[in-house]
Design a protein around this ligand. Sequence first.
Ligand SMILES: Cc1ncc(COP(=O)(O)O)c(C=O)c1O
Length: 496
Amino acid sequence: MLGLDHGHLGPRGVVEDRVRGGQVVEEVQQVGAGPGARGGPAAGRVLADLQAPLGEVHAQRLHRPLAVRGADPESSLTPCPHGAHSTQDTRVVVSTYPAVVSTYDVARVRSRFPALAGGTAHFDGPGGSQVPLEVADAVHAAMVAGLTNRGSVTAAELRVEAVVSAARRAVADLLAVDPVGVVFGRSMTQLTYDLSRVLAKSWGPGDEVVVTRLDHDSNIRPWVQAAGAVGATVRRVDFDPATGELPTSAVEAVLSPRTRLVAVTAASNLLGTRPDVPAIAEAVHAAGALLFVDGVHHTPHALVDVGAMGADFHACSPYKFLGPHLGVLAAAPALLETLRPDKLLPSSDAVPERFELGTLPYEALAGTTAAVDFLAGLVPGAGTRRERLAVSMAAVDAHETALRDRLEAGLRALPGITLHGTAARRTPTVLFSVAGKAPREVSELLAAVGVNAPSGNFYALECARHLGLGDAGAVRAGIAPYTDESDVDRLLAALA
Ligand SMILES: Cc1ncc(COP(=O)(O)O)c(C=O)c1O
């Protein structure tokens, strides 16, 4: 039975001063959602100022009593007696699980996310992560800076060029790829559909395309439909439903000299399973085929190196790693040069522009750059952006894995809970069912106490069916860089 414990709810209130050279230059009130939660207008502030590393911000937490949901969040705030640098708050967490030991300063990270101020525990990151002020401010700043379309004459045109090239360089640092091979699009799904049609121009009857049942449908259906349109054959790879593992040998078993492309996920958005992509890449390349890797669920949780992974194509979505709604496809420029997508006559035929249909969402590109910078600053430090990403993503990985272990230990201790997926390498994404309750019912009960852990198949439809969960799937709790121990404990307490 679900005992829903309102006593564990812990709304937060945070007021921050942005500090430059010892002087307070702006106050950001971070209580509640909506326009009132933002600080002073971003207009006029340069992008670089908005993207200052987290280390330049000090936070003052304010205390307020528990159980004031629905009340005016600001009226019950009182200054924290521990002073300006305190990261304490008044949340009462009753925990019987091992404490998470980490140098990662999650309180400092959380203080940048206005959406967390309302007190909701967000386990819905795999569907779309929350966004820090730095990203929202960069989007705003781009929109009011005076942009037009790309060009080389006016200041507005040059600003757009700068936004586009900054975003390509940021994504290149994030994925360790060449900025010239970074293609932007509306979503990973759109980019994958577009690419599948281009690649299929050279396929025909007798050619084979490989997909896996572990994947999100966006890395299955475009390939199945593109293959079907030209008479190519689709081969499917199954994962082990007992463990969630996708053995490399299962991929190897379907490869042949006729294989043209293998599409596999770097991490399952349902089970978290992280297949051994470099080993799969070796086998795929030995067969003379191309490898397309869906990195959408993997990219927020680990330092990605597309070359080391062996991916010929790698897709991801900034809105899963604290950025705006956008899709990214990365590949070697030389490979992209060989492909001829359908395009408008007057639009650029250069790579990567050849693949970018229509006008790009420049404000979302500015937000993407800010998201990469934010990730690089999760652990303050020096070095190139790539070096800082390496340090920060290692810390995120350790923080999230510790929380996942805490969550899984807690769930295992509860009666009637079934955990799905125990792959040796997996992201901090936990899928579970509650005996006697439909997945949606569990999510609704959790949502009622401010814990967002949605249910469903999350478009990993073949995966959910192969697990025997049907289309209703199960409940998914995804851990993000801003998740903390008390979020986990609130989820466990609500299920107890
Ligand atoms: C693993 C995975 N692949 C692909 C997608 C689709 O991404 P987009 O929404 O950018 O098309 C998602 C979205 O949830 C996902 O989780």
